[in-house]
Design a protein around this ligand. Structure first.
Ligand SMILES: [Zn+2]
Ligand SMILES: [Zn+2]
Length: 278
C-alpha cells in the first residue's frame, strides 16, 4: 500500500546535461500520475519504465514553461502509441485550457500528417482538460488527490497537491514560498517534495534576472521549516537553484538538517522515494 515517487526531472530552467526539466511520477495503488512535464519528460518516463499511455492523469502545478515545455511530447506520444482511442486527462490551474488549446493548434499539422499516413489512426489526440482549484481533484481506486493554493506570485493561480492512498500521503509542492496551503497539505505527510533555492548562492550571481528568482521559491531552509512545522517524515529537495556543483549534495542536506529532524533526500534525476507500506 505504499506510494512511490520518482523524480523524473530535477533541473531548473537553465539547461543542464544531467538534469531534465521539472517532472515527477507518483504511483499509488494501480494509479500513476505525472506532475508537470518539463524538458525531456518522455525520456525520463521511459527510464522509469513508464509510457504516457500508462498515465491516469497529467497534473500541472503551474504554467511556467519549465514545467510544461514537453507536455506536447506527452500528448503526441500518448496519441500515436495508443492502439485504440484513449483519453489523456490533464488537470491544472486556471489557464491550463488556454495552454492546451495553443498546444493543439501547434500540433495540428503533425496530427494531419500522421492521420494521412496511418490508415488505422482514425482519431485526433483525445484530451480531457479540467481547470481545478483547491479541494479534491481525483478520487478513484482508493487514491485521492487534493489540491491547495501555493504561492508563486506573480504566477497565479498555482497549486500544490497531496496524493493519499492506504493511509499514506505524498505532497508535490511545485514552485512556492512557504504558505498556509502548503502547511495544510503537508500536515502529517510521509513525503514532501519541494522545489528549492539556495539564497546564499543565488545572491552572488551578478545577473539581476537570476537574482529575481529568490522572491518566489522556497529556500532550502524555508522548505525544511515547512517540513518541520508539518511533521512530515521525508523532505525531498528538487529543482535546485542554482544547479548544484558536483559533490555538493551534503551541503544542501546539511542546511535543511539544521531545522528539520526527519529524513532528507537530495534528488537527482530518477531518484526514487517511497512511503512505508502498511
Ligand atoms: Zn515556476
Ligand atoms: Zn520551476
Amino acid at each position: 500500500m505504499s506510494i512511490e515517487v520518482v523524480l523524473l526531472g530535477t533541473g531548473n530552467p537553465l539547461p543542464d546535461a544531467g538534469r531534465a526539466g521539472a517532472a515527477t511520477l507518483v504511483r499509488a495503488g494501480d494509479r500513476a500520475f505525472l506532475f508537470d512535464a518539463g524538458r525531456g519528460v518522455c525520456m525520463r518516463l521511459a527510464a522509469a519504465g513508464m509510457l504516457p499511455m500508462m498515465l491516469d492523469a497529467v497534473i500541472l502545478t503551474h504554467l511556467h514553461s519549465d514545467h510544461i515545455c514537453d507536455l506536447n511530447d506527452v500528448v503526441t506520444t500518448h496519441w500515436v502509441m495508443s492502439p485504440q482511442p484513449r483519453t489523456l486527462r490533464v488537470l491544472g490551474p486556471v489557464g491550463t485550457r488556454q495552454v492546451i488549446d495553443g498546444m493543439l493548434a501547434m500540433l495540428a499539422l503533425d496530427v494531419g500528417y500522421r492521420r494521412a499516413h496511418h490508415a488505422d489512426l482514425e482519431w485526433d489526440p483525445q484530451l480531457e482538460v479540467a481547470e481545478v482549484g483547491p479541494g479534491v481533484v481525483f478520487d478513484e481506486g482508493g487514491v485521492r488527490v487534493v489540491a491547495a493554493p501555493s504561492d508563486h506570485r506573480p504566477v497565479e493561480p498555482t497549486l500544490a497537491f497531496r496524493v493519499e492512498h492506504g493511509g499514506r500521503a505524498v505532497v508535490i509542492a511545485g514552485d512556492s514560498v512557504p504558505c498556509a496551503g502548503l502547511d495544510e497539505l503537508c500536515a502529517g505527510a510521509d513525503i514532501y517534495v519541494q522545489t528549492v533555492l539556495r539564497e546564499d548562492l543565488v545572491a552572488l550571481v551578478p545577473a539581476p534576472r537570476f537574482r529575481d528568482t529568490i522572491d518566489y521559491h522556497s529556500t532550502v531552509e524555508q522548505a525544511a521549516r515547512t517540513a518541520e512545522r508539518a511533521g512530515v517524515s521525508t523532505l525531498v529537495l528538487t529543482h535546485q537553484i542554482p544547479t548544484p556543483a558536483p559533490g555538493s549534495a551534503d551541503e544542501w542536506v546539511g542546511i535543511a538538517s539544521r531545522v528539520f529532524g526527519g529524513a532528507i533526500v537530495f534528488a537527482e534525476d530518477l531518484t526514487r522515494v517511497a512511503t512505508a507500506s502498511d
